[in-house]
Design a protein around this ligand. Structure first.
Ligand SMILES: Cc1cc2nc3c(=O)[nH]c(=O)nc-3n(C[C@H](O)[C@H](O)[C@H](O)COP(=O)(O)O)c2cc1C
Length: 186
């Protein structure tokens, strides 16, 4: 399951789904209301909906409490929230499970499945930091949306691909989105 929240960086979720959709895996997408608003702003109106063209991608309403992966007996292998707002991080860290995305993250933690949170905010206050520690202690993996520069990105696409590539690497999915740093060769 890939969740898209109202943090800046909808492109990360979009690109991640595109890359995963080229494989054999089934992907459920849950976008929050704010996630859809920010995505319309950043990617263009309705762009997220383009992902429906992939036969293995299904979209779920965030208030749909009858989605199959809502229950521990049908837990997904991995839940990735990309990007993850501080609001959704807080809800996950506190187990409030007030919508489908928060609930499926909760299910991932309780069923010991992967939960990767691509958090994005700057600067971070103490509450944000403590919520990250809380979620990490419960088993979530923090993958902040932090592009690097050692691979000399020439475009925004290169920077997006770096962060999405890191996510795929963490999931054990092969990719060629950026060249790994091999140390100095001279
Ligand atoms: C253009 C825009 C950019 C935003 N960027 C961030 C961000 O980077 N991180 C964050 O935590 N919230 C950000 N927000 C605020 C969240 O969208 C807001 O807190 C929202 O309630 C989060 O709800 P959600 O977690 O249900 O998606 C942004 C809002 C807007 C309109």
């Amino acid at each position: 399951v890939v969740g898209i929240t109202g943090a800046s960086g909808s492109i990360y979720g979009f690109r991640l789904i595109e890359k995963l959709a080229n494989g054999e895996v089934r992907i459920g997408v849950v976008a929050t209301r704010a996630g859809m608003r920010v995505s319309d702003e950043e990617l263009g109106e309705g762009r997220l909906g383009e992902l429906k063209k992939f036969p293995n991608v299904s979209f779920w309403e965030n208030d749909d409490f009858e989605a199959p992966f809502m229950s521990g007996s049908n837990a997904p292998e991995a839940v990735i929230v990309a990007p993850c707002s501080m609001g959704t991080l807080s809800a996950i860290a506190h187990g409030s499970s007030g919508n489908l995305l928060e609930r499926v993250a909760d299910v991932a933690l309780k069923e010991r499945k992967r939960l990767i949170l691509m958090v994005r905010e700057t600067p971070l206050n103490l509450i944000h930091l403590e919520n990250m520690v809380k979620a990490a202690r419960a088993g979530a993996e923090m993958l902040p949306a932090m592009p690097a520069f050692y691979h000399r990105p020439a475009s925004i696409d290169d920077m997006v691909n770096f962060v999405v590539g890191k996510t795929l690497s963490l999931l054990g999915v092969e990719h060629r989105l950026f060249k790994e740093w091999k140390g100095r060769t001279d």
